[in-house]
Design a protein around this ligand. Sequence first.
Ligand code: GRG
Length: 296
Amino acid sequence: MSVITDRLADAAQRVQTALDGLLPRGEGPEARLHDAMRYAALAPGKRLRPFLTIETGRLFDADEGALLRTAAAIECVHAYSLVHDDLPCMDDDDMRRGQPTVHRKFDEATAVLAGDGLLTYAFEILSDPKTHHDAQMRGFLISGLAKAAGPQGMVAGQMIDMSPPDPDGDGLIRITRMNRLKTGALFHFAVDAGALIGCAADAERQALSHYANDFGMVFQLADDLLDAEGEAEEMGKAAQKDQAAGKVNFITLLGAEQTRERVRLLAAQAKRRLQIFGLRGKVLSEAVDFVLDRRY
Ligand code: GRG
C-alpha cells in the first residue's frame, strides 16, 4: 500500500470506531432515529474530511484525541449534508455510499430528523471538554464549523445549486462560488481545525488555508468529471446526475478537456502551498493526487 492509501485507511478506521462509540443508541421510539443516524454516518465513506483534520494536526504534533473527536464531528456534518441532499425535495437519490439512501431505507421524516440529529450532535461533540480542555479552543472549533456548514457556507452553496442561473450572469463565477461554499467550506474547516488544534503559526495556517481551498476545488472538479464519466456501480451512487438534471458545471461550461487541464493546474498549485512544511507535507500533498485520480 502507498503511504496515502495507508493513512486514509488508518484515518477511516479510527473515525469509524470513534463515531461508533460517540453516536447515540437509544431505546423506545427514538431508537429509529438513532439507527438512521448510525446508518448514515457509519456507511463506508472515504472519510476525506476527517483525514484532513487528523493529518493537518499531525504536522504540529497536535493532541490525537482532540483531532479525532473534531474529525468525527466534521464527519457527522458531512453525513447530515448527504442525507438531506439525497431527499426527494433536493437531489432525490436512491443510492449513497453503495447502499439505499436514508429516506429509502427508513422514510422521509426519519431522514430529515436523522440529518438534524447528525448536525446538532456534531456541536455536542465539539462543546464537550473531552474534545479540548481549553474552552476558548472549543469556541473556535464550534464557531468555525458553524460558519463552514451554515447559511454563509455549505447551506448557502446548496441554495445556489438549487437556484436557476441568471442568464446574464457569468456561469464560471457562479459555479466557482457555489463549489467554494457547498463543498469547499467544509474541506477548508477540516484543514483549519487541524491547524487550530495544532496551534499553527500564522504563516502556516495561511498556507494551509490556501491548500484547503485548492484541495476543495480539485475535489469538486474531479467529482464533476466522475459524474460525467464514472460508473454508478464503482461510485456507489448514481452517475451522470448533473447532465440528467440539466445542471451547469465546469464540464458543461468548459468541456471535459479544459476541466481536466484546470484541475491539473489546481492540483499542482495545492501541492506548492505545502512547500513551507518541506517533507512533512508529503501526506497532504499525496492526498491531492488521490482526490485527482479517484474513481469513486
Ligand atoms: C445542507 C442539504 C445540504 C447540503 C449541502 C455538501 C452538500 C450540500 C451536499 C452533499 C451532496 C453532494 C453530492 C455534494 C457534492 C460533493 C460530494 C460529491 C460530496 C460527497 O463527498 P465524498 O465523495 O463522499 O467525500 P463520501 O461518501 O466518501 O464521504
